[in-house]
Write a protein that binds this ligand. Structure first.
Ligand SMILES: *[C@@H]1O[C@H](CO)[C@@H](O)[C@H](O)[C@H]1NC(C)=O
Ligand SMILES: *[C@@H]1O[C@H](CO)[C@@H](O)[C@H](O)[C@H]1NC(C)=O
Ligand SMILES: *[C@@H]1O[C@H](CO)[C@@H](O)[C@H](O)[C@H]1NC(C)=O
Length: 189
């Protein structure tokens, strides 16, 4: 459920503009999972791989018991290219169950829901059942769903899953926004 990371990304989108191909790519270099509560999780995994400068995400979640209450703490820090100054893009706590149910009514979460539907094997909604593999394979992002201007730089994203009022797993992802030439003859700096 690195998806919450995307939700974070979407909170960056203040204006949705449809336009030409984007000249940047969003790369996730690494995802670490820590503080996993084994009383709650049977299994939790998240892997990223890069093909042609694009990040693909595989993840799986399996719970030991039915999960009816899921909250998400999401925060993101960003460093603009060549800057040491950290910017806090957001630090929020959200009702995960509500967002999964209502995302399609919300422009901000629509891409996330679309992508999730396309890449998951089972439907993600509360309550999450015990011993069901909530799996996502080969999920990627479409730059066209981002604003046309996104500054280059690197980011660090924190996602914590809070189930029954306790933090049960922490995901930390690091990545970068890189220039991407849509014209192979043009060199971007
Ligand atoms: C990926 O990026 C590297 C430089 O970062 C570039 O040399 C290479 O051509 C890119 N590959 C593709 C498929 O765009
Ligand atoms: C993931 O998607 C990419 C691009 O669509 C494709 O090249 C790759 O084979 C896919 N990998 C798997 C495991 O489906
Ligand atoms: C993930 O863990 C490795 C090994 O502990 C560490 O070197 C790396 O910086 C971590 N990455 C992130 C994004 O926290």
């Amino acid at each position: 459920m690195i998806f919450w990371f995307w939700i974070g990304c979407f909170s960056l989108i203040f204006t949705c503009v449809r336009s030409e191909e984007r000249n940047f790519r969003v790369i996730i270099d690494q995802v670490n999972i820590t503080n996993v509560d084994r009383d709650v999780y049977e299994n939790v995994e998240c892997k990223v791989h890069q093909i042609n400068n694009r990040t693909y995400i595989d993840s799986s979640h399996m719970f030991k018991h039915k999960v009816e209450d899921l909250r998400v703490h999401a925060a993101m820090d960003f460093w603009k290219l060549n800057s040491k100054q950290k910017m806090k893009l957001y630090d929020v706590e959200l009702d995960g169950c509500y967002i999964l149910e209502n995302a399609n009514k919300n422009r901000l979460f629509n891409m996330y829901v679309k992508s999730l539907k396309k890449h998951s094997t089972v439907k993600f909604k509360c309550p999450f059942q015990a011993n069901v593999n909530y799996e996502v394979k080969n999920m990627t992002m479409n730059e066209e769903d981002f604003p046309s201007f996104v500054p280059l730089g690197k980011f660090r994203s924190l996602i914590e899953y809070i189930i029954n009022q306790k933090m049960r797993a922490r995901f930390i992802a690091s990545g970068k926004i890189i220039p991407y030439s849509t014209d192979p003859l043009k060199v971007l700096t």
